[in-house]
Design a protein around this ligand. Structure first.
Ligand SMILES: C[S@@+](CC[C@H](N)C(=O)[O-])C[C@H]1O[C@@H](n2cnc3c(N)ncnc32)[C@H](O)[C@@H]1O
Length: 203
């Protein structure tokens, strides 16, 4: 059985196994293989680079899921057919926003599972100003580093968000709050108005 770290496990927890899934920027394809172990039958593992796709191919064969996982070379969602759940994880918030912006099959039925490594605030602003909303958000930590994982859906309604929501979103994990507080403390040297966003941390 494949063991995922807390970050990948948090991502997997939002993915449905009874729809077509695409993992954009799959790299090692561990997540697609894990999802097949959980019962997924129609999975696309895609990457823009050939080397990660080779690593993905090796894992897909090792775990015996070549009949359920299609490997597709694609820049973002460019060459990807319509899917029910789209995972975009382990990339910067700007790149994730760009990839979502290029999606040809966005609809209220498609779910996006997003895990930005940087610029989560930029991604949240992008989502809400382009008709998306965050349904749920959860934290994960690996080797002392905290991450946020978002479950996102399209509503078609553009909405403004507060600075506080841009930075924290719906994530109430104290490890994530502590990380964002640290970022705000640093950014606050250039823009003191951000210091008011720092949240009280619970022990
Ligand atoms: C740091 S790895 C993340 C791997 C995995 N998604 C995870 O979260 O562990 C980022 C991967 O995204 C791929 N990538 C970068 N830009 C991309 C793009 N525009 N379209 C598809 N894949 C991309 C890279 O080749 C790399 O394999």
């Amino acid at each position: 059985m494949i063991r995922l770290d807390e970050r990948l496990a948090a991502i997997a927890s939002y993915v449905r196994t009874d729809v077509r899934i695409c993992d954009v920027g799959t790299d090692h394809a561990l997540l697609p293989c894990f999802l097949c172990e959980q019962g997924a039958r129609d999975v696309i593992a895609s990457d823009v680079n050939e080397n990660p796709l080779e690593a993905a191919r090796a894992n897909v064969e090792k775990y015996g899921f070549a009949d359920r996982i299609r490997l597709i070379r694609s820049d973002g969602l460019e060459n990807i057919p319509p899917c029910g759940d789209v995972i975009i994880a382990g990339m910067g918030g700007e790149l994730i926003a760009q990839i979502i912006g290029g999606c040809r099959f966005t609809s209220p039925d498609v779910r996006f599972i997003l895990q930005p490594m940087t610029k989560a605030e930029l991604l949240r602003r992008y989502l809400y100003s382009h008709g998306f909303e965050i349904a749920e958000e959860k934290g994960a930590a690996v080797s002392g580093k905290a991450y946020t994982v978002m479950l996102v859906q399209y509503t078609g309604k553009n909405r403004g968000i507060t600075d506080e929501f841009a930075y924290f979103g719906k994530n109430t994990d104290k490890r994530y709050i502590s990380k964002v507080n640290g970022q705000l403390g640093k950014l606050g040297k250039g823009d003191p108005s951000l210091l008011r966003l720092i949240r009280k941390e619970l022990p």
